[in-house]
Design a protein around this ligand. Structure first.
Ligand code: ATP
Length: 191
């Protein structure tokens, strides 16, 4: 089994490309989505004990309150990562067992390089797009303000940093060209 990492900054098009890989029948592991699910289930007790039960006062985790807290306190961010990362890594191990006969699986993560997750991939695709286009796409998708998007971007590595570590870079402007490049990557991996 080959593990293909897929990463890119906010609004670059990771989910869009992942949906295309899924349509090709390739098993896809979405690290961020799995992390979010775990925070509502098996990690809930740990988070409540460490960060306070008021974070779940509305029934589900108030992610924006937790995010504000940990981004102001690097020790708390480290502790949160120490709770979430091993649980996501365990879920990925289970995912690999479940798909052990698949020739290729994809591990998608916004912070694949930042978290060191690229070390567990055979190769990594970085998806990029011009910053202004990414901002525009995120605002159209989620609403919010430009400064909120810029603040989220500032917590991720720049594309220039990521390009140094990536095996392939896809600039996602025209979706049909993005898919053509993804097809080439799949062909190369299969050979
Ligand atoms: P995030 O990190 O915020 O989850 P992402 O990298 O997963 O973002 P997507 O959700 O795939 O990005 O794309 C952001 C938005 O841009 C979506 O609304 C998507 O439909 C749109 N989009 C993605 N690629 C293109 C494209 N090539 N042309 C036009 N719109 C696009």
């Amino acid at each position: 089994m080959k593990i293909l990492g897929l990463t890119g900054g906010i609004g670059s098009g990771k989910s869009t490309l992942l949906n295309w890989f899924k349509s090709k029948g390739i098993p896809c592991f979405e690290s961020d989505a799995v992390g979010k699910e775990l925070l509502e289930s098996e990690l809930r007790q740990k988070i409540q004990t460490r960060f306070g039960s008021e974070l779940y006062a509305k029934g589900t985790l108030d992610r924006s309150v937790l995010a504000k807290r940990v981004f102001q306190n690097s020790e708390e961010l480290k502790e949160l990562n120490e709770i979430v990362h091993p649980a996501v890594a365990k879920a990925f191990e289970e995912f690999k067992v479940k798909h052990k006969d698949a020739p290729i699986v994809i591990k998608e993560a916004a912070i694949l390089f930042e978290s060191g997750g690229d070390k567990f991939c055979d190769s990594v695709v970085l998806i990029t797009a011009p910053k202004e286009l990414r901002i525009q796409r995120v605002l159209e998708r989620d609403g919010g303000t430009k400064s909120e998007v810029l603040s989220r971007m500032s917590k991720q590595w720049s594309d220039e940093q990521k390009k140094k570590k990536a095996d392939w870079v896809i600039e996602n402007i025209d979706l049909s060209k993005t898919i053509e490049q993804a097809e080439t990557i799949l062909m190369e991996l299969k050979n």
